[in-house]
Design a protein around this ligand. Structure first.
Ligand code: HAM
Length: 420
């Protein structure tokens, strides 16, 4: 019987693994410059955490979670996103003590959503995200957006490869008024899709970003018309700060995001490249000032974003940008006799302890195949040791670039390899 990987998952090997390692290195490097600390949480949590955290009526909770019962019949879910688990960890470990604020955390890990797989949309995917607690100002909002752009620029994106969409989700009385007007206006539209029809009652704001009904929604009221003066001041000031650091944004009053916890600023960064088609959103996030309290923690504001690593790598691949440098060996050793093989093992250890990247031909290949193999491994040198070399206390080093072979005494091996 042949087993196949589950739909929507990926096996990573060869250079793809190197690209993942390289992108993680860039993320950790940029995060440390922004003074963020890494946090790692379990890949499964209690299902209730996501119901309460992400929202019972969201697609993520209703249709996309991998839910299972553990052996004690507790309902568990593979994490579909990172914010709720990080908040659970912050509350449980009392990380948001006043002296730790603002608390700035980031994560890189695997997430799970039962979605229809397509390019840039997987059932198991990698996300890098950040969560910041205890910073409530437009400046804090701008720092998060700047960090997201800075990450993408460090990965190789140029300014015109990216478009930033921004909105401000109203709350309190303004939201109540808006929701009621929006519902009235939507009820007058005929033939809304099934999702929108049911969302009018369950999660009406999500109707705004329905991909199917966009044309029918042209005349529904927008959130902007219901913003309070304070909301307007916040948004204007955020746009102004971003302008000062040369980040231009498109204000999109229809941007509502698929998770229920947002309050205030929300944003998405999309790739302008057509490769990813409908999966062009590389990053999404925003402010969630009530969530920490809602999940049993102190009344502290929060904000953050998540970034899809697969989407970024696909986009970079289309742009022919490689993050990982080509794998290369300093030396590939071949021992031609049993004694030479023993000596090769010692030499291999010595080279590696000097920090050189070296390997040994275990396959007893003939010389032609040895050279082919060393080319495949991108080795700068081939070290050949036979009976006569052992007698003379030398090795033969072939510089694979110049194709020049030299006899080298033991004491000069490292120097020669490094020089080639
Ligand atoms: P999200 O918009 O659901 O937000 O996901 C963030 C990013 O993860 C998306 O923009 C996309 O790049 C990537 N992504 C999501 N689903 C998939 C998938 N099925 N396959 C591949 N990539 C995917 C969140 O998850 C929030 N927790 C972000 C956040 C953090 N907001 C505040 N803090």
């Amino acid at each position: 019987m042949n087993f196949k990987k589950p739909r929507g998952t990926e096996d990573l090997f060869g250079n793809k693994v190197n690209e993942y390692v390289a992108i993680s290195t860039i993320i950790r490097d940029v995060m440390s410059k922004y003074n963020f600390d890494e946090i790692m949480t379990p890949v499964f949590e209690s299902t209730d955490l996501f119901k309460r955290g992400v929202g019972d009526t969201t697609d993520i909770v209703q249709k996309e979670m991998y839910v299972f019962e553990d052996r004690k019949n507790r309902s568990m879910a593979l994490r579909p996103e990172g914010t709720a688990p990080v908040i659970r960890a912050v509350v449980e470990n009392k990380l948001a003590q006043p002296e730790n604020l603002p608390l700035k955390l980031f994560y890189i890990g695997k997430y799970y959503r039962y979605e229809r797989p397509q390019i840039g949309r997987n059932r198991e995917f990698n996300q890098c995200g950040v969560e910041v607690f205890g910073k409530k100002s437009p400046e804090a909002d701008s720092e998060i957006i700047t960090l997201a752009i800075s990450l993408l620029r460090n990965m190789g994106f140029q300014t015109n490869d990216l478009s930033v969409e921004l909105n401000y989700l109203i709350s309190g009385v303004s939201k109540t008024k808006y929701v009621s007007e929006l519902k009235n206006s939507l009820k007058k539209i005929k033939d809304l899709c099934d999702d929108c029809s049911s969302r009018i009652e369950t999660n009406v704001l999500r109707v705004l970003d329905c991909k199917v009904d966009q044309d029918k929604l042209k005349n529904v009221p927008t959130m902007n018309d219901f913003m309070s003066e304070d909301d307007k001041t916040w948004l204007n000031s955020l746009v102004k700060i971003l302008g000062l650091i040369d980040i231009s944004v498109n204000l999109n009053p229809r941007l509502v995001r698929g998770l229920d916890y947002y309050t205030g600023m929300v944003f998405e960064i999309k790739s302008t490249d057509k490769t990813l088609a409908s999966q062009s959103t590389l990053c999404g996030g925003g402010r969630y000032d009530n969530l920490l309290k809602q999940l049993g923690g102190p009344d502290i504001s929060g904000l953050g974003f998540g970034m899809g690593i697969e989407r970024i790598l696909l986009d970079l691949e289309a742009k022919k940008i490689q993050l990982a440098s080509e794998k290369a060996l300093d030396a590939y050793i071949v021992g031609l006799t049993p004694k030479a093989k023993q000596f090769s093992t010692m030499l291999l250890m010595m080279l590696r302890s000097e920090g050189l990247i070296a390997d040994f031909d275990y396959q007893d290949r003939n010389m032609k195949s040895v050279f082919k193999q060393s080319e495949r491994l991108n080795s700068k040198n081939v070290i050949i040791i036979g009976e006569s070399e052992l007698k003379e206390n030398v090795v033969v080093i072939k510089n694979q670039q110049t194709k020049k072979e030299t006899k080298v005494s033991y004491g000069d091996i490292i120097k020669t390899i490094r020089g080639n």
